[in-house]
Design a protein around this ligand. Structure first.
Ligand code: ZN
Length: 118
């Protein structure tokens, strides 16, 4: 049973991995069974990694992770701003540290879920 992923465009679980390069006969057969999509021989840096067999939408799975990582950086910057001038306030510093690690934990979990789902 081949894993299918939820298409971000149509919401149907019809996304499969796109295989690039000259396909082997096994890969051709897998493609005919709808288990993978063939992406052709030319591989670029921004090629999509998954394709929806229902609507044809193609997407990159890493982009969502990049968005979430950018969010972590943003929150860290804001927390740094918030903690400036409060060095003596141990409670506040500890709270901010805890808050940051909690946010990072949630986002790492979300990234893992995203990679399994989309
Ligand atoms: Zn779709």
């Amino acid at each position: 049973m081949v894993r299918k992923y939820i298409c971000p465009a149509c919401g149907i679980k019809s996304g499969v991995n796109i295989e690039y390069g000259y396909p082997s006969s096994e890969l051709m057969e897998a493609s005919e069974r709808g288990e993978v999509a063939l992406g052709g021989c030319c591989i670029g840096d921004n090629d999509p990694e998954r394709r929806c067999l229902h609507c044809g939408h193609e997407w990159r799975i890493k982009r969502r992770s990049a968005d979430l990582n950018a969010l972590v950086s943003y929150l860290e910057d804001r927390l740094m701003d918030a903690s400036v001038g409060n060095d003596q306030n141990d409670f506040k510093t500890g709270f901010l540290e805890g808050f940051r690690s909690a946010v990072e934990h949630v986002i790492r979990f979300q990234i893992e879920q995203d990679l399994k789902t989309y």
